[in-house]
Design a protein around this ligand. Structure first.
Ligand code: NAP
Length: 301
């Protein structure tokens, strides 16, 4: 199994595969990054929430030449396509690609670039972060809901080798409705936390009627995708459950990192335009979020 991208989620996969004794390679960006890991003896200090493990990771760069049978793509959405394209010569026609990105757009771009491979996508509710280089905290144990992006296929056999104690995965065929639901929830919360620079719990009070209008538009957009959900109820429940959390988008803003706005709210607005559905509240939210990013000298896409 190959994991692409040694960030929080890529390291979480690598640490769990290592603990499970499953053969894997974690693909880092370049030789320089490989060497900085080697200077630390490829050591990862992994805090699984109750125990700390000192793990020696199996790392390589894209330039390695072993064939890739299963590729777990753990980059951010905006780097996924370019990162996968670098590995294309190593992908066999029957290889599986599993995309872990939040939002939508990157999965379809990789599917178009790799028509010969089987493409799966996941919605991940785990929370992992890196307090320092070579350290990983599994802050919230969640679930990986995954399935085929388009074709109606059975779950791949390698999934069954993942021990349930470390990988709480759930097969969902098709996966698109799950990805759309998560995207809609993220659209309703994350951009507001960005523009008001607030925790999730403050969004209803800060956004007021604007949030209500966005929820109505998102419900209409979901219906166009064949999903008839009480999004308003779900979003308010998520806000209550995560009231003190800082969204990933707000964390990216504070860390000066590019956000995934274009793959979340940007994707929703593009889909609405494509469907001929007017979404003025969402368009205004996207514009406000882009202004906020500009003010912080961050990319708006
Ligand atoms: N972290 C979580 O708890 C969590 C939970 C649910 C979903 N997600 C989703 O999972 C995705 C990854 O999130 P993350 O938090 O793990 O992000 P991250 O910490 O930024 O990790 C992304 C990693 O990909 C690497 N990368 C980029 N291009 C590469 C290339 N060509 N070759 C090799 N490595 C490359 C980056 O390297 P550089 O640092 O050198 O750029 C970085 O190490 C996102 O879409 C996120 O929304 C994350």
């Amino acid at each position: 199994m190959h994991i692409l991208g040694p960030g929080s989620l890529g390291l979480l996969w690598a640490a769990r595969l290592q603990l499970a004794g499953i053969d894997y390679r974690l693909i880092v960006r370049n030789q320089q990054q490989l060497e900085s890991w080697q200077r630390r003896d490829n050591q990862l200090l992994f805090n699984d929430g109750s125990q700390r493990h000192a793990l020696t990771l199996a790392l390589e760069t894209a330039a390695h030449d072993t064939p890739i049978k299963q590729l777990i793509v753990a980059t951010k959405a905006h780097t996924a396509l370019a990162a996968v394209q670098l590995l294309q010569p190593r992908l066999a026609p029957a290889s599986d690609i599993l995309m872990l990105q939040n939002g939508l757009g990157a999965q379809q771009a990789v599917a178009r670039a790799c028509p010969g491979q089987r493409l799966y996508a996941a919605s991940v509710t785990d929370g992992a972060w890196q307090p320092a280089p070579g350290e990983l905290v599994w802050a919230g144990r969640g679930r990986t809901t995954l399935g085929p992006l388009s074709a109606d296929t059975d779950s791949p056999a390698w999934l069954q080798t993942l021990p349930p104690a470390l990988f709480d995965w759930h097969w969902q065929n098709p996966i698109m409705p799950t990805l759309w639901r998560k995207l809609a929830i993220n659209c309703a919360i994350n951009p507001f936390t960005l523009i008001y620079d607030c925790c999730n719990g403050e969004v209803p009070e800060r956004a007021g009627a604007w949030l209500t209008a966005c929820l109505t538009e998102l419900e209409q957009l979901l219906r166009q995708q064949g999903i008839d959900d009480d999004l308003t109820g779900i979003v308010h429940q998520v806000i209550r459950n995560t009231a003190t959390n800082s969204s990933s988008m707000r964390q990216d803003l504070h860390a000066g990192r590019r956000t995934e706005i274009d793959y979340i709210l940007g994707y929703a607005c593009r889909q609405a335009r494509h469907d001929g559905l007017p979404v003025p509240a969402l368009e205004r939210l996207l514009q406000s979020a882009q202004i906020c990013l500009q003010q912080h000298q961050l990319p708006t896409d």
